[in-house]
Design a protein around this ligand. Structure first.
Ligand code: ADP
Ligand code: MG
Length: 250
């Protein structure tokens, strides 16, 4: 589904992503691990259009999507969540979900004046969709809570929920489990597996928790110092000498 070819991203003279070539198979939950500073988030940012690459290419289902804006990628079904959740704190959980879909007819003055009925219908649909998403994520009881009052883990669930408001094909999750307690981490893991199995979402997941990675992901890609070190099944990858060395920092 995704092909990354010899991708490079430099900041000044620094090679954050230094010639990465990889594939993400349709229907997979692919893990991306590596020590801090390995370039994982930068790779996500370049794939998802947040940063333009210095060189190299990214393909989505064979189409060259290199350098497209996050907005156009969103419309192609490529979504990412951020290492730090970015909810609207003063809106409720349900309102946050309803903010996601773009291109609604409520956006222009024209439609505001002349398409009242259409807007109402779209709002009703959005509301229904948001309630389905909340139900799926088992957080219906939080729907009227201000997003700013959620725990770190609940915010991560909301981030995942935002990807469900549209027809995503592939979702990039950046440390969705960081600072999240074990119970909530399992809820997030279950939601990812269900989205994968029931809705056909492909995932690429950056995560430090190896239990989480081992339970969810196959294959796992390992990065260090901007380069791809290894790729393989989670149990074999941690036996790989280059991987062990990278983690020990030798
Ligand atoms: P990871 O997510 O694997 O921990 P990052 O992709 O966040 O790593 O960072 C890789 C390297 O690139 C780090 O050394 C980081 O300091 C550097 N870096 C990331 N973003 C920027 C930026 N916007 N400007 C300058 N350097 C950056
Ligand atoms: Mg990171």
């Amino acid at each position: 589904m995704i092909r990354v070819e010899n991708l490079k991203k430099q900041f000044g003279g620094f090679h954050a992503v230094d010639g990465v070539t990889l594939n993400i198979a349709k229907g997979s939950i692919t893990g991306l691990i590596g020590p801090n500073g390995a370039g994982k988030s930068t790779l996500f940012n370049v794939i998802a259009g947040v940063h333009k690459p210095t060189s190299g290419q990214v393909f989505l289902d064979g189409e060259d999507i290199t350098g497209l804006s996050p907005d156009s990628l969103f419309h192609k079904g490529l979504l990412r969540t951020f290492q730090i959740a970015h909810e609207f704190p003063s809106l409720t959980v349900r309102e946050n979900l309803m903010m996601v879909p773009a291109g609604q007819s409520g956006e222009t003055l024209w439609s505001a004046l002349f398409q009242r009925k259409k807007i109402r219908e779209e709002e009703a649909q959005l509301l229904k969709k948001a309630d389905e998403v909340l139900d799926f994520l088992t957080i219906s009881h939080l729907k009227d809570e201000k997003a700013g009052n959620l725990s770190g883990g609940q915010k991560k669930l909301l981030e995942l929920g935002r990807t469900m408001m549209v027809d995503a094909k592939i979702v990039f999750l950046d440390e969705v489990g960081a600072g999240v307690n074990r119970t909530l981490l399992n809820t997030i893991g279950d939601a990812i597996v269900r989205l994968n199995k029931e809705r056909g979402y492909t995932f690429c997941v950056i995560e430090h928790d190896m239990d989480f990675i081992g339970r969810l992901c196959d294959p796992v890609i390992v990065m260090a110092e901007g380069k791809m070190l290894a790729t393989g099944a989670p149990d074999t990858i941690m036996q790989n000498e280059a991987v062990i060395e990278a983690y020990l920092g030798t």
